[in-house]
Design a protein around this ligand. Structure first.
Ligand code: BG6
Length: 473
């Protein structure tokens, strides 16, 4: 099988190596890359953080996180070998001195050889700028091969995202910045594009003229876990809708790019994202689960939303008449991320007949289903839905978790599964329009019970157009 393996040496610096992102996602992803023999003989992984720590201690943390994530099929020898590539450097993000020291450290580690340097920002957003500046100012030459990997949320609104982008451009070229949304590395999400690129039949159907509404759901049973500080600042709108869900919407409704290049994909997604409108009327429901303000680290009177349902339109040709419902929330009754496309009925069909659906499940299962209605001549109930489903999960020995896949893409300089700056800005504009409307109309945060479906009024959104949420499609 022809799979991509990294041939040349590289250095991966993880800024904020003691954080959750590194422990839960990056370290296990690195193990999977090692397991699939995709790493070269010569590479270094360096944890760069403020806490004083020995290399041994960091290596132990690295191993512990991998053991916790990989559990059963862990190969102890493989892990030992991987850990030998792991190093630690204690440094201050805002000290240029530290970065010069770090340069020397890397030079020694890599025997002075030049190799791509991947800088992973696993730090809170406040630390981005000092790291970018010091990495930039300590560069040994203008063309030094440094690749910045920055996870969403990129900025906290249009203004700060633009500032951050300009700030990066002072020190680095645009092509050196990899703006990451891990959803773009999930097989379920990648399948939206793959299915559309390989099946004309789908693209004939995925047009505004054929569709009555689209529903994008991201329902979670978990709460905010240990991320109170972060979550209370952003709320579900910025945490989920701004990137993950608007990206899914763009992939589902965009024109299929003619060429396979990252630029053409970014252009098509951006064309949809820039055309999203928040219509007049009641199009936003927000909620907060009972007990949220009692969670550790959450201020008593916090009004941060942990649930949101919004109704949007796409101001582009035939799409304009198709309501798009996006719904997401924490501490709900299940874990499910889906895209449900509901098709129009034939002119003579009754309203009571079930619609045809195309359902793309992104998590926890990765599956595509088509629901068709069949009509019999006899019987009490003359209709029956036929649902046909197929897994779209990656299968076989070479599947990778999103962070593993995206790291490989950074090495091979493929930006298709990363965000482009215009898309980020267009998504912030949509998010800001929603947040401004909440403020202006003083939309109330409704309480909902943990483990429930969320605020009852979510049904008003779909009902106003004569539709219902498809909860178990
Ligand atoms: C993150 C959000 O980006 O994605 C979290 O910040 C959310 O709030 C998570 O829980 C969901 O991702 P996954 O891969 O666990 O489904």
């Amino acid at each position: 099988m022809n799979i991509f393996r990294i041939k040349k040496p590289f250095t991966l610096t993880i800024f904020g190596a003691s954080g959750d992102l590194a422990k839960l996602k990056l370290f296990p992803a690195l193990y999977r890359l090692a397991e699939q023999k995709r790493l070269p003989a010569d590479f270094s992984i360096v944890g760069f953080a403020r806490t004083e720590k020995t290399q041994k201690q960091f290596q132990q943390e690295f191993e512990t996180s991998i053991k916790a994530a990989v559990k059963k099929d862990l190969d102890p020898t493989l892990l030992k070998n991987l850990t030998q590539h792991v190093h630690y450097f204690t440094g201050q993000y805002n000290s240029l001195e530290s970065f010069y020291e770090y340069k020397k450290f890397l030079k020694k580690l890599n025997n002075g050889k030049k190799q791509p340097h991947l800088a992973y920002f696993s730090v809170p957003p406040q630390a981005f700028k000092p790291i970018i500046q010091n990495l930039g100012e300590s560069k040994s030459s203008k063309n030094e091969d440094i690749r910045l990997i920055i996870e969403k949320p990129f900025g906290e609104d249009t203004k700060s995202a633009t500032e951050l982008y300009h700030f990066i451009s002072r020190y680095f070229d645009e092509k050196q910045a990899y703006l990451l949304d891990h959803f773009l590395g999930k097989s379920g999400v990648q399948s939206i594009l793959n299915l559309r690129q390989t099946n004309r039949i789908l693209n004939i159907l995925l047009r505004g003229a054929e569709i009555s509404n689209i529903q994008i759901n991201a329902i979670e049973s978990i709460g905010i876990k240990e991320r109170a500080g972060y979550f209370d600042q952003v709320g579900i709108m910025k945490d989920w809708i701004q990137s993950h869900l608007l990206q899914i919407l763009a992939l589902t409704t965009m024109n299929v790019p003619i060429s396979g290049s990252a630029e053409s994909l970014h252009r098509e997604k951006n064309s949809i994202l820039s055309a999203i409108k928040l219509p007049r009327g009641n199009n936003i429901i927000i909620g907060q689960y009972d007990g949220y303000t009692k969670e550790k680290g959450i201020p008593k009177g916090s009004k941060t939303e942990t649930f949101a349902a919004v109704r949007l339109l796409i101001d582009q040709g035939e799409w304009f008449k198709v309501p798009i419902y996006i719904r997401t929330g924490k501490k709900l009754n299940k874990k499910l991320t889906t895209v449900v496309v509901e098709f129009k009925k034939l002119a003579f069909q009754k309203d009571t007949e079930e619609p045809n659906l195309l359902v793309i499940e992104i998590g926890p299962e990765e599956r595509v289903s088509i629901k068709l209605l069949n009509k019999y001549q006899t019987g009490d109930s003359p209709y029956e839905s036929i649902t046909t489903s197929k897994s779209i999960a990656c299968s076989g020995d070479y599947c990778l978790p999103p962070h593993g896949l995206l790291l490989l893409d950074v090495i091979r300089e493929n930006k298709s599964s990363f965000l482009s700056f215009p898309e980020i800005i267009a998504s912030w504009q949509v998010t800001e329009a929603i947040l401004e409307r909440i403020k202006r109309k003083k939309i109330r945060v409704e309480k909902y019970k943990q483990g429930s479906e969320g605020p009852k009024s979510q049904h008003k959104l779909t009902r106003q157009d004569g539709f219902i949420w498809h909860d178990d499609p």
